[in-house]
Design a protein around this ligand. Structure first.
Ligand code: IPE
Ligand code: IPE
Ligand code: MG
Length: 259
């Protein structure tokens, strides 16, 4: 299994113009707190500044034929932060949904929130539902906001759904394979994850898309999230295009497939 689509097109190297870019990019938007602290400000100043980088990456994704962009906004572990920081992050999420949903819709962006939204208050849940409904038919880009998201939660959630279907008789244990499991993940129906970017200098996944990272290319940058720009995004995409994705094959085999 080479993933949901053939890797044939992804490994062409002859002409740089014909090398396809990633279809699904995920970003761990890290470094807001340090960015603010470096400026002598409180951490939440950095979260507010980070919203502008979100706008920039959405714009970049739309203009560069990326079909799906998944942004890590709040992890299942981030609840452990000081109450005040968590509450500013929730307010910011509310505010962004208020201010940006219409603009996203106008630009043909479909908004989806992935993660355990049941933990959010009713007002926020309602805003999420409305924004998702309003943009449901849009096709220019799928923007997934991972909020109260954990990679382990995603896998457990998929396992629970399958277990339930086994109990009701809808699925037999023998039917469970990678593709059925994948269809229960929060990223079902999206293209396979091609590129994972992490800003802020740390080289770890921090419980993000664990299942989906299986064959993603990883790109780490020291740039702190509020300083992330279309230029750095372009650098990550160019780097991605120069890589040979082998999916377990030898480099020679991949070259043959690419011809
Ligand atoms: C990422 O920036 C945003 C969230 C986790 C919500 P951080 O807040 O983790 O910033 P640093 O890593 O402490 O600088
Ligand atoms: C990951 O960043 C979560 C988000 C960017 C939303 P963290 O700052 O929470 O990750 P750790 O704690 O440094 O691993
Ligand atoms: Mg951090």
């Amino acid at each position: 299994m080479l993933g949901k689509r053939s890797n044939k097109a992804s490994v062409e190297t002859e002409s740089p113009v014909s090398v396809p870019g990633p279809q699904h990019v995920a970003i761990i938007m890290d470094g807001n707190g340090r960015w603010a602290q470096k400026k002598g400000k409180i951490r939440t100043f950095g979260h507010k500044a980070g919203v502008e980088s979100v706008r920039a990456v959405v714009r970049f994704a739309r203009q560069n034929d990326i079909k799906s962009l998944t942004l890590f906004a709040f992890s299942s572990e981030n609840w452990k932060r000081p109450e005040e920081e968590v509450s500013v992050l929730m307010e910011l999420f509310n505010l962004v949904l208020n201010n940006e949903a219409k603009r996203l819709h106008k630009n043909g962006v479909r908004l989806k929130v992935i993660g355990d939204v049941s933990a959010f208050d009713d007002k926020l849940k309602e805003k999420i539902r409305k924004a998702e409904d309003m943009t449901a038919e849009n096709e220019a880009l799928v923007l997934n906001i991972a909020a109260n998201y954990g990679g382990r939660w995603d896998i457990v959630n998929a396992a629970q759904q399958l277990a339930n279907e086994v109990v009701t008789g809808a699925v037999s244990i023998e039917d469970i394979n990678e593709s059925l499991f994948d269809s229960k993940m929060s990223t079902a129906d999206l293209p396979e994850l091609d590129l994972l970017i992490r800003t802020g200098g740390e080289h770890r996944i921090s419980n993000f898309l664990l299942w989906q990272c299986a064959y993603a290319e990883l790109f780490f940058t020291d740039v702190l999230w509020p300083d992330f720009s279309e230029e750095v995004f372009q650098e990550a995409v160019d780097d991605f295009k120069r890589r040979q994705r082998r999916f377990g094959l030898t480099g020679d085999q991949v070259d043959v497939i690419a011809k």
